[in-house]
Design a protein around this ligand. Structure first.
Ligand code: DGY
Length: 325
């Protein structure tokens, strides 16, 4: 008998077909208040689940007694209670690497559009206010030859570093739990303390995963250390930043601008003060959102799911301490 699995996000037909070859699939194109109880009903007998963003914690796992594997179609896995999964012997997987270049493109896009005020100028042109040569009032700041500080130098950080170094002649500082030799040797990135990075960078780019250690890691103290001319970019998770402190830093001129792909509350609340600030460029969490990359992520998640249920080691198993045959 094929193992029963739940796919709870919309995936491409080839991904679904791949899973269906070896599993009985219950498919939800997304979860909402209308189908959630049906999902919980199915969960009782499911051996695997695949999707992204769903909080997989004790209360959910208590309702999933057959579960052997949980597969995120995302690199971040802050939605997983890893300790709880590990205690129950349930495998967990994510989708690293395949999205690095795409997220790095998004980050460069945010850096450029924030520094050169592209969304504001787009509005100016479209609203018919481009009536004479653009003057100083609308000037931005240069990106090339500036100092880029990267907090969290993993695969995405390296891909950003490559672009910034070779495309924009930027000098790269980075802070990370451990040294990244590739970034140092290939792209000339310099390791430094968090404090030095914040003080010296023209662009501070946050790319750490969300963990108890990184939650609110950018707060009042950190924004105060940054240059008044500096631009802050967040493509990690909203909760790595104290959003009130960010609003304050932007409103009082402690920092110049911010480019944000992530927010504490997503989708973002319409009364979030960041939305009415001209010096903030916002994106709806689209770091990896291209058709090509999302297909690769879904296929990797599916490969993990199938491998795990066939007794193999899933290619991108998260190290939770679960023993796999
Ligand atoms: C991830 O994979 O964690 C990204 O945030 C999705 O864009």
């Amino acid at each position: 008998m094929k193992p029963k699995v739940i796919v709870y996000k919309k995936v491409e037909p080839e991904v679904l077909e791949y899973i269906q070859r070896t599993c009985d699939v219950v498919y939800f194109e997304g979860l909402d208040s209308l189908n959630y109880s049906e999902f919980l009903q199915e969960l009782k007998s499911a051996q695997g689940i695949l999707g992204s963003g769903l909080k997989v914690d004790k209360s959910l796992l208590d309702q999933a007694p057959q579960l052997k594997i949980v597969c995120n179609a995302s690199v971040g896995y802050d939605n997983f209670d890893v300790t709880e999964l590990s205690n129950r012997g349930i495998m967990a997987t994510n989708t690293p690497e395949v999205l690095n270049e795409t997220v790095a493109d998004t980050i460069m896009g945010l850096i450029l559009s924030t520094a050169r005020r592209m969304p504001e100028l787009d509005q100016l042109v479209k609203s018919g206010q481009w009536t004479s040569t653009i003057g100083e009032k609308w000037f931005g700041v240069d990106v090339h030859h500036k100092v880029l500080g990267i907090i969290g130098m993993g695969g995405i950080g390296s891909a950003v570093t490559k672009r910034a170094r070779f495309g924009f002649d930027m000098n790269i500082l980075y802070h990370n739990r451990s040294r990244n030799e590739e970034a140092e040797q290939k792209y000339g990135a310099t390791y430094c303390s968090m404090e030095d990075l914040l003080k010296q960078s023209d662009f501070v780019c946050l790319m750490t995963p969300l963990t108890p250690q990184t939650e609110n890691m950018m707060g009042e103290k950190e924004f105060k250390l940054m240059k008044e001319s500096a631009i802050f970019i967040n493509c990690s998770r909203g909760k790595t930043v104290d959003e009130d402190a960010l609003v304050h830093a932007l409103a009082t001129g402690e920092i110049y601008a911010a480019g944000l792909d992530v927010f504490v509350q997503e989708p973002v609340n319409e009364d979030n003060p960041l939305l009415s600030m001209k010096n903030v460029v916002t994106l709806p969490h689209i770091g990896s959102a291209t058709s090509e990359t999302r297909l690769k992520m879904a296929m990797l998640a599916a490969t993990n799911l199938v491998a795990g249920l066939q007794g193999e080691i899933p290619p991108t198993l998260i190290k939770t301490g679960v023993r796999v045959k």
